[in-house]
Design a binder for this molecule. Structure first.
Ligand code: AQP
Length: 336
């Protein structure tokens, strides 16, 4: 398909208040693409219902996630910002791609294994076929690059396999996307258990630092972060907690591991944790202020959603029409 710009697509689920994992692993990098790229950033509410959500909270978080996109620097005039359920082609293509995704492939997804263990009372088909919907999100826009944290790498590889399989059967239909994973911040770990990924749906508030936490809460949470019985700021065996704090400090300050080790030599964990908290709080303060302002203007957020959905739909409809034709569906005449 002819494209005059490289296409970027990514999304975040409104399944909780976003964490610094979502910020450093994904959203912060959404602003990294120059003007010769067209960027689509979606609030993926259809993905969020693979886990039971309280309807009023899902609605509020959908507004919040969009407001956070803008507060983190995404200009709605330069990027297509929209809500997944406003563009029905996502669900439509997901169904079709389900028929080109193998049971064995879906069974190997670690997120499915983790989430089904965590939500044993609700192992629904949507949780299982989540990667086909993610493939649809990406392939609908003929996406070249997908900025994600490293936890999404496996899903992205499956999207590539689905695209190649479909292209192999029907000739070139989809662009095969590449992941765009940041060097610093690709996998931020829980502050309470540094062997586990930091997740917005974690029920332990001390495990997660949220983008919207106030300064005191951020500093307190870092002070309580689990480390080890030593005192040296460096990476090593049994030092997952310190290593995680070094990754966070590095992502916020741009300092290398060697610079961090030198800066905190002989100063102990207390001072180090305080510095990580300060660096994080300083970086997030302007985001929070802009978020508060945007949440006071719901009409503006709804205008952004409407404009974004119209732009996205136009391009999604083009891919869908091609897909329908290739697989042998008769294009419906409108109006009918
Ligand atoms: N801990 C993390 N470190 C770096 N990147 C992360 N991402 C998530 N957690 C981390 C990246 O954030 C983007 C949006 O994630 P998502 O909303 O699609 O779902 P997720 O990966 O399942 O994130 P959570 O926070 O763990 O959500 P819940 O708790 O609802 O499952 C993705 O690019 C992801 O890589």
């Amino acid at each position: 398909m002819f494209k005059d710009k490289k296409i970027v697509f990514s999304g975040v689920q409104p399944s909780g208040t976003l964490t610094i994992g979502n910020y450093l692993g994904a959203i912060r990098n959404f602003t990294a693409f120059p003007e010769d790229h067209h960027c689509y950033y979606c609030v993926v509410d259809e993905h969020a219902i693979t886990v039971r959500q309280v309807p009023a909270e899902l609605r509020r978080r959908t507004y919040e996630t969009l407001a956070l996109y803008i507060a983190c620097g995404l200009d709605p005039e330069k990027n297509t910002l929209f809500v997944q359920s406003h563009v029905s082609e996502h669900a439509e293509l997901a169904w079709i791609l389900n028929c080109y995704t193998m049971f064995g492939e879906l069974s190997r997804m670690t997120q499915f294994k983790d989430k089904s263990a965590k939500h044993a009372d609700n192992i629904n088909a949507g949780l299982f076929t989540y990667p086909s919907l993610m493939a649809a999100d990406i392939l609908l826009y003929q996406t070249d690059l997908v900025p994600v944290g490293s936890d999404q790498k496996q899903h992205l590889e499956l999207s590539r396999d689905i695209a190649m399989r479909f292209n192999g059967v029907y000739s070139d239909t989809f662009t095969v996307p590449e992941p765009y994973i940041p060097e610093a911040g690709a996998r931020i770990m829980s502050l309470a258990d540094p062997t586990k990924k930091m997740s917005k749906s974690d029920e332990n508030e001390n495990a997660v630092v949220r983008i919207l936490d106030d300064r005191d809460a951020i500093i307190r949470k870092f002070k309580r972060a689990v480390t080890d019985s030593g005192s040296e700021v460096r990476r090593g065996e049994g030092k997952d907690g310190v290593g995680n704090l070094m990754s966070i400090y590095s992502a916020f300050t741009g300092k290398t591991d060697v610079e961090i080790e030198r800066e905190f030599e002989g100063r102990g964990y207390g001072e180090f944790k305080a510095a990580v908290g300060e660096a994080c709080a300083d970086a997030l303060a302007p985001v929070k202020a802009e978020f508060d302002r945007l949440m006071g203007d719901k009409k503006y957020l709804e205008d952004v959603m409407a404009k974004g959905a119209a732009e996205a739909k136009q391009n999604a409809a083009r891919t869908m029409s091609k897909v329908r034709r290739k697989i042998g569906f008769i294009e419906a005449r409108r109006p009918f």
